[in-house]
Design a protein around this ligand. Structure first.
Ligand code: NAD
Length: 489
């Protein structure tokens, strides 16, 4: 970059003990829709993590002794402040991540606001347990107290949405936190830090350390004074975090990848199923852990489904994410785009058919976006269950459609991957819907819909998709230490 260019770069700073502090070295962050470096992110390591953990430890006694109502009021204030700046946050998230401005405006930032309001409310309504033993003259009850300093690590696909889904319950329960967002999408977390003081959050309750997973993330995971780690990201990183934290016996919550099936029976309402399954395949460029990537269609309707599904997918417009008429923005990075494209190439080499998108249809981009990391929604058919495209998480705008014959067969095939995060079932037979939902190895099953969430209920995956659940009760239990107390009278 030229001097004039470098002067305009956005430079982020760590937020430690209520203050923004510069770092000795920085990493470049790219605008995925142009391919330009536009931001510099602190390349924090042990030293910065040490300072942040100390600040969080110092803040813990005061914060943990505040009443739930006091904490709730601060969380609500923070929600109001983010909501007040919703448009600025949405613009920043879209620019940093490549997602469409429409998605950032309607999903990412409203959900971040809602995360704070939701936990501000739910923290007021927990009741602990009590049992009685009259013959022993005893009552037992449980008490719950915050654990301490929580380490929160989040990915790049839904940056502020997923980070606040951890920060909100952690601090609502009285913990203090050190958060590390993805080095590729750090801007909205930094913007949120600017609002914390105004919301009334004491210094040190929320600290944010920016940097890579290998340096900053690992320093946090290995820190002896951080007893809880809540992580959302890939299964591979989760394995590393598990290993690294093992010597300290840390409490871990791991929200990981998926290879999510949609099962479409021949009695499905295709007028609902098709647009929803196109959305579940391609929303946020397919970069959502809950996105559908294996569509099993009952043989009798397979050809009709394919025809209508491809026609619908072709309606999705790919281009400049800041244009509100665009449906598909840019992928997160050049490397990720290459990885996703390679899956399509492999499928082709194995004899699968590419029905639309990558390599089939022309992608025309505005002049300013020629170097961006774009890819058309791509539909692959006739791909074998053993193929890497049907087994591995692609995490891009690519979905596979295959035929099946029986209910028994499709359950086996849907379960035949290492992951178990989210599944969708399409049928108008209520008995079948219950039977199939019951047998799918999946933490979430949506029938005749997708991504309809009640935050009260558990969220998380089975098998390689994770350990633990998040939700009103689940996050409360994760972020508190329980004690059983017995009183003899
Ligand atoms: P990632 O695992 O590469 O990174 C996630 C976070 O972990 C980042 O902040 C990264 O810097 C950090 N990290 C990397 N190595 C680390 C280490 N050794 N120690 C500590 N921290 C480390 O994942 P990603 O590519 O950012 O995100 C995409 C993945 O996240 C996909 O697999 C997706 O399915 C998954 N995901 C899961 C959910 C869920 O709720 N289950 C939600 C969104 C995304």
């Amino acid at each position: 970059p030229t001097m004039a260019h470098s002067k305009t770069l956005l430079v982020l700073e760590n937020f430690i003990g209520g203050k923004f502090v510069p770092c000795s070295s920085y990493i470049d962050s790219y605008n995925p829709s142009t391919g330009d470096v536009y931001c510099r992110v602190p390349d924090s390591g042990k030293e910065e993590v040490e300072a942040a953990v100390k600040a969080a430890k110092d803040a813990f006694p005061v914060w943990s002794s505040k009443s739930p109502l006091e904490r709730s009021q601060i969380l609500n204030k923070l929600a109001d402040l983010i909501e007040h700046d919703l448009e600025a946050f949405a613009q920043a998230e879209s620019k940093d991540q490549g997602k469409t401005i429409t998605f950032a405006r309607t999903v990412d930032i409203p959900r971040a606001v809602h995360n704070f309001r939701f936990f501000a409310s739910s923290i007021l309504h927990h009741v602990t347990e009590c049992t009685q033993m009259p013959t022993m003259g005893c009552v037992h009850y449980t008490s719950r107290t915050p654990v301490g300093v929580a380490g929160l690590i989040s990915p790049w696909n839904l940056p502020l949405y997923l980070l606040t889904w951890k920060i909100a319950p952690a601090i609502a329960c009285g913990n203090t936190v050190v958060a590390k967002p993805s080095e590729m999408t750090s801007v909205t977390a930094w913007m949120m830090c600017k609002l914390l003081e105004k919301a009334g959050l004491p210094p040190g309750v929320v600290n944010v350390v920016f940097g890579t997973g290998a340096k900053a993330g690992e320093a946090l995971v290995c820190h002896p004074d951080v007893p809880v780690i809540s992580f959302t990201g890939s299964t591979l990183t989760a394995q590393r975090i598990t290993e690294k934290s093992a010597p300290h016996c840390k409490r871990l919550s791991l929200e990981l990848g998926g290879k999510n099936p949609a099962i479409v029976f021949d009695d499905a309402d295709l007028s609902q199923c098709i647009p929803t399954t196109v959305r579940s395949s391609f929303a946020n460029q397919g970069e959502i852990c809950l996105c559908t990537s294996r569509i099993f269609v009952q043989r009798g309707i397979y050809n009709e489904f394919l025809k209508r599904f491809v026609a619908e997918a072709k309606k999705w417009k790919t281009g400049n994410p800041s244009d509100p008429t665009i449906d598909v923005g840019a992928l997160i990075s050049k490397e990720h785009l290459e990885k996703v494209r390679n899956y399509v190439k492999k499928a082709q080499a194995e004899g699968a058919r590419i029905l639309c998108g990558e390599g089939v249809d022309p992608l025309t981009l505005p002049p300013g976006n020629q170097k961006g990391y774009f890819m058309l929604p791509t539909v692959i058919a006739e791909v074998k269950d053993e193929s890497c495209c049907m087994q591995e998480e692609i995490f891009g705008p690519v979905t596979c459609v295959v035929a099946f014959d029986t209910e028994e067969e499709v359950i086996q095939r849907a379960n035949g991957v290492k992951y178990g995060l989210a599944a969708t079932v399409w049928s108008s037979d209520v008995g079948r819907v219950h039977r199939v939902a019951h047998r799918l190895q999946s933490g979430l099953v949506w029938t005749n819909c997708w991504l309809v969430r009640d935050l009260n209920l558990p969220f998380g995956g089975m098998k390689a998709s994770g350990i633990g659940r998040e939700g009103a009760k689940d996050s409360y239990e994760f972020f508190t230490e329980v004690k059983t107390i017995t009183i003899k009278h």
